[in-house]
Design a protein around this ligand. Structure first.
Ligand code: HEM
Length: 372
């Protein structure tokens, strides 16, 4: 049977700025969103590991409640920074992401409910302390599971949005909207790639907590550095296995983009791989010598470059998937010069203000009373 064409027609309204500007803003805001998400989800996972696995229980509890206090700010940060790429992705790929969202409408709608419940859970845990832990561990685990599922739903939607040839069969098999994209071979490795990265960045988050407490409470900071640094190390090592799985799960044509067919994709891939190895070597040296500078400045700097490379690679991959259906050349452009510079100024100021707020708020600092 001929599959009907389910891709909505191109919006004839012109883009209000050049196409490449929207692509750049999508990638930049996606990086910001994913870093906030990694700190939130990875931070929560590492905090749970500290609570349940650390040999020193007092230390484990203190790390747990220190991180727990920051989660009610990190979750809305993830959400609000997620709105920006959502707007850009709608402008550029709305025909694809709206359709996939309709096909998996009910699981997609559940994102809102899971988010709300997870948010309550984070608040509950943040109001607890070492003296009055209540059910902090169990509640935190429940929130982490909900957020894990949300991430998985995002990967379902994004992989479905870039494979329109599957839409017809999926939609007509179940038009009610109770669909996922579980038959997609890249789904699990792709999502695990994000999840393992989140755990690694959760480890780096603890390294920043160690940095903020280095002078105030040196002994605590030393132990947090070791715990966070090791979480980063093991997760990044595991990432090599997951990353290879993701790469081999890609259709051959896409895989070869990163292995010579596209000079840009290959160069980004090589920089990313080299950065990953360098981060592992540097972090293990930093932990041996307790070199805080390397752990808290150099390694995060390298990781930022790796995330930037991977995010551009992700975008190149989307374009490769959508190539048969999507031609940026067909999108009309009419730059609105009167408002575009104002937008850029406000955007950059907003990001700077956000960073200043984090610094003012003493975001990475620790409260000693939560240790007991
Ligand atoms: C708090 C829980 C959230 C988690 C764990 C999460 C996680 C993720 C992950 C893993 C991806 C990448 C999926 C992939 O490429 O396979 C992603 C992409 C994305 N997220 Fe989130 N997300 C969350 C919340 C949100 C919210 C609330 C929004 C919007 C308001 C949002 C906006 C986006 C957008 C627009 C993308 C795709 C950007 C693109 O296609 O380039 N996220 N998210």
């Amino acid at each position: 049977m001929m599959q009907p064409n389910l891709i909505p027609v191109l919006d004839p309204n012109p883009l209000p700025a050049p196409y490449w500007v929207f692509v750049s803003l999508l990638i930049i805001t996606f990086v910001l969103h994913i870093v906030a998400m990694n700190f939130m989800l990875g931070g929560a996972v590492v905090a749970l590991m500290a609570k349940w696995r650390a040999k020193n229980r007092v230390l484990g509890n203190r790390v747990f409640f220190d991180v727990a206090k920051k989660l009610p700010s990190l979750l809305p940060a993830t959400i609000t920074i997620g709105v920006a790429p959502l707007l850009f992705v709608q402008v550029l790929y709305g025909r694809f992401i709206y359709t996939s969202s309709v096909i998996m409408a009910w699981p997609w709608f559940l994102v809102l409910i899971f988010l709300t419940v997870a948010y309550y859970g984070f608040y509950y845990v943040s109001f607890r302390s070492g003296q009055h832990p209540g059910r902090a561990g169990t509640v935190m685990l429940s929130s982490v599971i909900l957020i894990f599922i949300i991430g998985f739903l995002f990967s379902n939607n994004l992989t479905l949005s870039q494979t329109p040839s599957r839409w017809g069969a999926k939609y007509f098999a179940d038009p009610s909207g109770w669909n996922l994209n579980l038959s997609e071979p890249t789904l699990i490795p792709r999502f695990l790639h994000f999840f393992v990265a989140a755990v690694a960045l959760g480890g780096l988050f603890l390294v920043f907590v160690a940095l903020a407490n280095w002078k105030r409470d040196h002994e605590y900071a030393r132990q947090v550095l070791q715990f966070g640094g090791k979480s980063f190390l093991y997760a990044t090592m595991a990432q090599f296995a997951v990353g290879i799985w993701f790469l081999i799960s890609l259709p051959r044509g896409m895989r070869m983009l990163f292995m010579g067919d596209s000079p840009l994709a290959t160069a980004l891939f090589l920089v990313g791989l080299t950065g990953g190895v360098a981060a592992i070597v540097l972090m293990s040296g930093a932990l041996r010598n307790e070199n805080l500078r390397v752990a808290a400045y150099l390694v995060p700097g390298i990781v930022a470059v790796v995330i930037a490379c991977m995010s551009v690679m992700r975008d190149l991959l989307r374009d490769a998937y959508l190539n048969p259906w999507f031609n940026p050349g067909q999108i009309a452009e009419k730059t609105q010069w009167s408002v575009f510079p104002l937008f850029l100024v406000l955007f950059v100021s907003g990001v700077i203000l956000w960073l200043v707020m984090l610094a003012r708020y003493g975001f990475f600092g620790s409260r000693k009373e939560s240790a007991q």
